[in-house]
Design a protein around this ligand. Structure first.
Ligand code: FE
Length: 346
């Protein structure tokens, strides 16, 4: 069953079709597309349905296609997707490796016309880390699949790569007499030379060594950082400073996107913007922090703060005991962006 039956299937047909096995898990369209370096549409996904006429059938469609219920009903009648354990049983393939080859039981196979956008596609090959690279014509031939049109039409305007979109916006601004190059240069300069975590480190060092400043910082972060010449954009209406102690730890995120007090602690790291961090730091905070190298004692209180457009946060790290004699400049040198986000302690 699984991968071996798919290999046997192609061997029996005396077809030399490449079966690609990867280290990476390819159980979803997104994972498979990343592992094989292709666009998601090229991953041919195999779905299993129970039809109203009693038949269990497989449908192969391009990875980014979505079923159009009304087209499905016209072509195949009413149908509902089969439960994953049933799919595994009737195909002999594990969930995430289901494909129309080497099936445990013969099943009618339908191919959605969405696949025809490609010459070659990559269906799974009976395991969660394998795929077959096969031409659409050969796929139709070896599966004896019947062509149907049951998916929503692909977007006529696929999204261009980021650099191309940025260039298009710049060109459009230029065309309208709003040259963007100066603004872009300013943005790059700010990102590389102004919005640096060293600024936040200076704030932290002052708070550690000046009790009155620390009190002002905790009471009104925006006003207190302004004392050190650090401005926040107008739409950052509040800067809330969260003080870590020996028994309390704070960590920040932006569950919606990437918001940070970037003029103080620097631009957000890539992982901060990842969907996985944004979702998991809320749901399983201690686990995520442990994965990032911060294993908090179970009796330490942990607070997670979700940034909004107008309320920005920074963590005031807990000052390490061994730094009591240090100067502000020495202290500033040990303060990191991670510590001001709260994924590290010092
Ligand atoms: Fe955001």
């Amino acid at each position: 069953m699984g991968l071996n039956s798919v290999k046997a299937f192609f061997a029996n047909l005396a077809l030399d079709v490449p079966i690609l096995e990867t280290e990476a898990n390819t159980a979803t369209v997104a994972l498979a597309a990343a592992a094989h370096g292709v666009e998601p549409g090229r991953i041919a996904k195999t779905l299993a349905f129970q039809l109203a006429d009693g038949r269990q059938v497989l449908l192969v469609a391009r990875g980014d296609a979505r079923i159009d219920n009304s087209k499905f009903k016209t072509a195949l009648g009413k149908g509902k997707m089969l439960a994953t354990d049933v799919v595994a049983e009737i195909t002999g393939h594990p969930v995430g490796g289901v494909c129309p080859f080497g099936l445990a039981h013969p099943l009618p196979i339908y191919l959605d016309v969405s696949l025809k956008a490609y010459g070659e596609v990559l269906p799974a090959a009976g395991s969660v880390n394998s795929a077959v690279r096969i031409s659409v014509d050969l796929l139709a031939q070896v599966t004896q699949g019947l062509w149907v049109d049951v998916c929503q039409a692909a977007s006529p305007n696929p999204v261009a790569p980021l650099a191309q979109r940025a260039a298009a916006i710049e060109a459009a601004l230029q065309d309208h007499g709003l040259p963007a190059s100066a603004g872009i240069a300013q943005g790059v300069h700010n990102a590389e030379a102004v919005w640096l975590p060293e600024r936040g480190a200076q704030v932290v060092a002052k708070a550690w060594t000046d009790a009155a400043y620390r009190a002002r910082l905790l009471a009104n972060g925006k006003a207190a950082v302004a004392e050190l010449g650090i401005e926040l954009p107008a739409h950052h209406r509040h800067l809330v400073v969260l003080e870590n102690t020996a028994s309390l730890h704070n960590v920040i995120c932006c569950t919606l996107c990437s918001c940070t007090a970037y003029t103080v602690i620097g631009l957000p790291p890539d992982w901060y913007k990842d969907l996985a961090y944004r979702a998991r730091i809320v749901r399983e905070s201690r686990t995520v922090l442990r994965e990032m190298g911060l294993d908090l004692p179970s009796d330490m209180e942990l607070r997670v703060w979700d940034t909004t457009a107008d309320t920005r946060y920074m963590v005031l790290p807990h000052r390490p005991a061994h730094t009591q004699e240090w100067s502000p400049a020495e202290l500033a040198r040990i303060v990191t962006k991670d510590a001001m986000i709260g994924v590290a302690r010092l």
